[in-house]
Ligand binder design. Structure first.
Ligand code: TRP
Length: 395
């Protein structure tokens, strides 16, 4: 079975990436022909304004992938933008994609909706800042040429800075929680590129004739989309492509330290690059059952993120059962429970941290590996493009 999947390079990887998809990839590479790539073009569909960190982020992903057990001699590990055929196929798919399919895409619809909410947030910020800025302007001891223009300029910039700080988790993430928007929504993404996100993703998969696509649940609409494009293409020009299916992980999702979905923008993630001390601080501050105030109060493990983590990190089933029983009976305090968890989390993370340290010394060599693998991927992509062109009567 041909397996294809990608990941946007948005920075350092955290436990959510591992339990959501990478663990699945590591297993799949043992038995299947796998193509895993860093979707740098997809990163640009949102973060196109600021590409300063792109290269660094790509390297972070390379290091994390290798540290987590992906093997370049088992899977083809490569970089999307080095295989130009993804773009060529994307262009051709664009010709046969009805605009309505894209506009109905849930990610896009959410985005539109969230952009509206964000513009409210922006207005709100601005209004609150207006008086403050007026006061500051009065303090400036020299004449300002065009005070109105100056004030508006300051207002614009400060609002943007504040919203950015908000998304970096520096101020009141509560607001974001209430609005239920994510960092992605903040970028100005009402663009052709973002609208076409699923078309590019479809090209990513079908250029390798991918049959199975191991992804997180949030990606299901995109995979469905790629099936529809494959069907449409095959109907119009003859059968070239398989209809790919999504492969979901069986492991339950790991919640963030505050019980919500683990995400960098919520500030509730544990990263593979975190030091031992950082991990300790994060684990000891984890949310627990809010009704369990004292050590001897009975707890509800089923709603407690610490217990959800125990189920993933604590190896012995009897120990997990024991924790559940003791918590419910009010015999196990949260601090003790977290200490125990911490030791199991560290047993998992420390070897990965060690491998990361080694890999960080060999960045050039690692980049070479990804470049060489991109060439391997390109050979397959080229041969698919030949078939596509033939089917479509392109020269
Ligand atoms: N959209 C995916 C994500 O955000 C990344 C991705 C890009 C992908 N191209 C892909 C996943 C192709 C699977 C197949 O996680």
């Amino acid at each position: 079975m041909r397996v294809v999947s990608g990941m946007r390079p948005t920075g350092r990887l955290h436990l959510g990436h591992y339990f959501g998809v990478i663990r699945n990839w590591v297993q799949l590479q043992e038995e299947h022909e796998c193509f895993f790539f860093i979707a740098d073009w997809h990163a640009l569909t949102t973060a196109y304004k600021n590409t300063k960190e792109l290269r660094k982020n790509i390297i972070e992903v390379m290091i994390d992938w290798l540290a987590l057990g992906l093997r370049p001699n088992k899977s083809v590990l490569f970089i999307q933008s080095l295989v130009k055929e993804h773009a060529e196929l994307c262009l051709l798919f664009g010709m046969l994609t009805p605009k309505s399919w894209l506009e109905l895409n849930p990610t896009y619809k959410d985005l539109k909706y969230n952009l509206l909410k964000l513009s409210d947030l922006e207005k709100d910020f601005k209004e609150k800042l207006r008086d403050k800025i007026e006061n500051i302007l009065n303090l400036i001891p020299f004449n300002i040429h065009n005070p109105d223009k100056f004030r508006e300029h300051l207002l614009e910039n400060l609002t943007e800075t504040l919203i950015e700080a908000l998304f970096e988790g520096e101020i009141e993430p509560e607001i974001l929680k209430k609005l239920n928007v994510s960092k992605r929504d903040f970028y100005e993404t009402d663009t052709f590129g973002f609208l076409g996100y699923p078309v590019l993703q479809t090209a990513d998969i079908l250029i390798y004739k991918g049959e199975a696509v191991p992804v997180g649940e949030d990606q299901l609409p995109h995979i469905e989309f790629s099936r529809e494009i494959a069907r449409r293409f095959n109907k119009l020009y003859g059968k070239v492509f398989p209809e790919p299916k999504a492969l979901l992980t069986e492991t339950p999702k790991i919640p963030g330290t505050d019980g919500r979905k683990m995400s960098k923008s919520y500030g509730n993630a544990v990263f593979f690059s975190d030091t031992k001390e950082e991990v300790e601080r994060k684990v000891m501050k984890m949310f627990t059952d809010p009704q369990k105030l004292r050590k001897n109060d009975p707890g509800r493990p089923e709603i407690c993120p610490v217990f959800a983590w125990h189920k993933l990190f604590t190896k012995e089933k009897e120990l997990i059962d024991g924790i559940e029983i003791d918590c419910k009976a009010g015999k196990l305090g949260c601090v003790e429970c977290k200490r125990l968890l911490l030791s199991h989390v560290e047993a998992f993370l420390e070897p990965i941290r060690e491998r990361r340290r080694e890999l960080e010394q060999r960045i050039n060599e690692i980049e070479d590996i990804f470049y060489a693998n991109s060439k391997r991927a390109r050979e397959v992509a080229k041969s698919t493009m030949e078939e596509v062109k033939k089917a479509m009567n392109l020269p």
